[in-house]
Design a protein around this ligand. Structure first.
Ligand code: PHE
Length: 345
């Protein structure tokens, strides 16, 4: 009996190292124990045979438990998607073969690629900014009522002027930095051409079309003799490349403090050829983005002479583009971290 205990210990140690856990049931030691039963004196056989059976049942239970936990590890479990072991020296990560890029990131890569081929560099925004970049540089003077139209999240921390910091409500907060960073291009006779795809935040009432956290792509182009026709042509080309088909576009007057004139830009619904469908709410058109010619005050704030240079800017919601392309019915899926949703991409 003591021997059975010893063998049990040996098998338990081996079990821990086995890749295919059920192999333990084929162990030579177990087979030999069974082989010994008929050779024992009759009065010992019963108890010995029972002890061997108990050992086998224990091993079978270990195999079943190991298989069950391996199976649940491959399912959507929080322990697996967010492995956390306080004593681990290295994070336990899922094999990359089990992960995919988030659908928004996949599309942002495509957008960066398309604009890259059109000569636009790509820059990142930030997730907290000051009022100078959110408002002042964009021609919203201090105390101007247009500031109230932006549903911003503010922090308790303040900037150097004593104003609360803001989670950027749009990627336009980067305009001034981009204009500064690339102003040397203009002196060399080259345009400033940049896009900023990044995260933005608004204090929204949430529903299927509104989320507090979403993505925009800002576009900025400045050179000599830039006109609104170039803005429309650039956006049309981009959208045709993105949806892979010829589209019609429509431009309506709008108001933004940082562009003059400002436009609301719509495209003919890529899904119904203007016949009317669920995606375009039967209108045949999809309002997609805001844009316009960069206001002279915005150029001046970046030390660019508006009498010499002109430019255009646009800000396009990425979530909307991706929702339309993939027939996603609710914007809140993007931030939900639900694996059922993410694994479709
Ligand atoms: N920032 C604007 C918005 O979020 C869009 C925009 C960008 C408009 C650039 C004009 C120029 O609605």
């Amino acid at each position: 009996m003591e021997r059975i205990e010893q063998i049990k210990k040996v098998l338990a140690e081996r079990f821990a190292t086995l890749e295919l856990k059920s192999d333990i049931l084929k162990a030579k030691e177990l087979r030999e124990l069974y082989g010994e039963i008929p050779k024992l004196p009759v009065e010992e056989r019963g108890a010995f045979g029972q002890a061997v059976n108990v050992l086998r049942i224990e091993l079978e239970t270990m195999v079943r438990d190991a298989e069950a936990s391996a199976e649940s590890a491959s399912l959507s479990s929080v322990d697996v998607t967010a492995p956390f072991d306080i004593n681990a020296t290295q994070p336990k990560l899922l094999p990359t073969s089990q992960g995919t890029t988030h659908p928004l990131m996949q599309e942002i890569e495509r957008i960066v690629d398309i604009f890259g081929r059109m000569g636009f560099v790509s820059e990142e925004s930030r997730e907290i900014d000051d009022q100078y970049h959110m408002f002042e540089t964009l021609n919203f003077p201090k105390g101007h009522p247009a500031r109230d139209e932006w549903d911003t999240f503010m922090t308790v921390q303040t900037d150097k002027d004593g104003d609360p910091l803001i989670a950027p409500a749009h990627t336009s907060t980067m305009q001034n930095r981009i204009l500064h960073k690339y102003s040397a291009n203009l002196e060399k006779g080259e345009p400033i051409a940049a896009i900023v795809p990044d995260r933005t935040f608004r204090n929204e009432d949430l529903d299927a079309r509104h989320e507090h956290t979403f993505y925009q792509v800002e576009g900025i182009y400045v050179s000599k003799n830039v006109n609104a026709g170039m803005l429309v042509a650039t956006l049309k080309k981009f959208l045709e490349e993105y949806y892979g088909k010829a589209l019609e576009v429509r431009v309506n007057p709008f108001y933004f403090p940082f562009t003059e004139p400002s436009f609301e830009f719509a495209l003919s619904c890529p899904f119904c050829e203007k016949k009317g469908c669920g995606i375009c709410s039967q209108s045949g058109w999809i309002e997609l983005l805001g844009c316009g010619m960069i206001h002279p005050n915005v150029l001046k704030a970046a030390d660019i002479d508006p009498n010499v240079y002109t430019g255009f800017a646009f800000g396009c919601g990425v979530d909307r583009l991706v929702m339309m392309k993939n027939d996603i019915e609710d914007i809140r899926h993007f931030q939900s971290a639900k694996l059922d949703f993410l694994r479709q991409f």
